[in-house]
Design a protein around this ligand. Structure first.
Ligand code: IMP
Length: 434
């Protein structure tokens, strides 16, 4: 089995800059596969000064000869996907069955999922999760519920689809009216709209698991594109302030339909500081001018929702945990340039809980953690034009080495700006990144 396959996983709370790493690697791969999440993801890729924001379509779409796969583990919003496809086509990207396949077993995000996401968040008030309102949680809930689920394969069978839509819409309309006093949805209209989506996606709906397992036998290289970040994982993150899918490398086999050994190298993408959108614990958060500065310099506003992100120092105590969880083989350190100009930098190395040093990390510690910091000198000279490690200011080199040591992983590449060329190749062993 080929161990050349590679997974790109976010090790924080999402928005680590995975899109740029996936984009760089895609050219050396035959398949780029999404295996988790849905339109809650937002990957920004800059190509020749043009900015592409992708939510559902894998980043490999910007490369010729790459087959892009939306795996069974994804919750697929066909309305968003078709809008994204239209937008990309308008900008000259060709998309069709030859370069995009959507799993027939992926679950469909329906209008009632989005509505429920919004209504339920609204009713939670201050206790809300802070979701992206994309219907992600309710759709995964229906997946687990089975009898109220609709899968992508159903979109291609209008009669089956209509029957399911009428059944589920009737249940939802009654619940929404009783619980939230909401207006009913027109089931016939929904059924027709989604059948039309099915017609437009027709040639792209495939058994993608089988496709990928065949590719593995043929030794064609696969890139697994993570969504969100490990601390948002449904099982291993800061529950309940998480998303609803398995976003670490542990989620790749079931979310793509491939055997565990098919995941070869794992690149853990780490932003040089931390950000988080939505509610939940964030021990290194800087709700002060330092956090404001990171937000402005890092343009930390959600790609999907436009919400300002909470910002803070890097947390290597948590990173060691998420790197272990995914079996990370090397790190990609992103947005190093955002730290330029700060007098000094802090890196969290451990937690104290109830006055005692925690001997091991667990997400549940985060809510009451007091951080232990190592302080490092900052640098003032811009790093955006550096293209080799030794061109970086000595303090920036020290910062990178310190992160690598504390997380216990080599740093493969360092990103010093949004463009493809603004990358320093450092210790990578991943073909295509060098
Ligand atoms: P949901 O995935 O929309 O249900 O949102 C659950 C939590 O995950 C919220 O805190 C969101 O802000 C967060 N989240 C979901 N997707 C992303 C992402 O791609 N980047 C950053 N945060 C995300």
């Amino acid at each position: 089995m080929s161990t050349e396959n590679v997974a790109v996983i976010g090790l924080q709370w999402g928005d680590e800059g995975k899109g740029k790493v996936v984009d760089a690697l895609a050219k050396a791969c035959r398949y780029v596969v999404r295996f988790c999440g849905g339109a809650n993801a937002g990957h920004t890729v800059n190509v020749a000064g043009e900015r592409f924001a992708l939510h559902l379509i894998p980043c490999g779409i910007l490369h010729e000869d790459v087959c892009n796969v939306v795996g069974n583990g994804v919750v697929f919003d066909p309305v968003v996907a078709l809008e994204e496809i239209r937008g990309l086509r308008e900008r000259g990207v060709s998309i069709g069955p030859e370069n995009l396949a959507v799993s027939q077993a992926a679950h469909v995000v329906m209008p009632w999922h989005k509505l429920q996401d919004t209504l339920s968040e609204r009713s939670l008030g201050r206790g809300k999760i802070g979701t992206t309102a994309r219907g992600i949680g309710p759709c995964y809930a229906d997946k687990a519920n089975r009898s109220t689920a609709i899968r992508v394969g159903d979109l291609a069978q209008p009669d089956v689809l209509r029957e399911k839509v009428l059944h589920v819409a009737d249940i939802r309309n009654r619940i929404f009216a009783a619980v939230y006093g909401a207006e009913p949805m027109d089931a016939e209209e929904v059924s027709e709209e989604y059948a039309e989506c099915g017609r437009q996606l027709a040639g792209m709906i495939r058994d993608t698991g089988r496709m990928l397992r065949r590719a593995i036998h043929r030794r064609e290289r696969i890139l697994f594109e993570g969504g969100q970040g490990s601390m948002l994982d449904i099982d291993h993150g800061t529950y309940p302030f998480v998303t609803s899918s398995s976003v670490t490398a542990c989620g790749v086999p079931s979310g793509a339909g491939v055997p565990p050994a098919a995941v070869g190298q794992v690149v853990g993408v780490v932003k040089a500081y931390c950000s988080r959108v939505g509610s939940g614990p964030f021990p290194t958060e800087q709700a002060n001018p330092i956090g404001d500065r990171l937000r402005e310099r890092g343009r930390e506003y959600g790609t999907t929702t436009g919400r300002p992100r909470r910002c803070g120092w890097l947390d290597t105590f948590a990173l060691r945990y998420t790197a272990d969880l995914s079996g990370v083989t090397e790190l990609a350190l992103s947005l190093l340039d955002v730290l330029t100009g700060l007098e000094e930098l802090k890196v969290c190395t451990g937690y104290r809980v109830a006055g005692r040093a925690a001997d091991a990390f667990a997400p549940d510690l985060m809510a009451d953690a007091e951080c232990t910091y190592q302080t490092l000198p900052g640098w003032q000279r811009s790093v955006s034009d550096c293209r080799a490690f030794d061109e970086l200011p000595a303090e920036a080199q020290q910062y990178v080495r310190c992160v690598s040591e504390l997380v216990g992983r080599p740093v493969g590449v360092i990103s010093v700006g949004p463009d493809r060329q603004q990358t320093i190749v450092y210790q990578t062993k991943v073909r295509g990144l060098a």
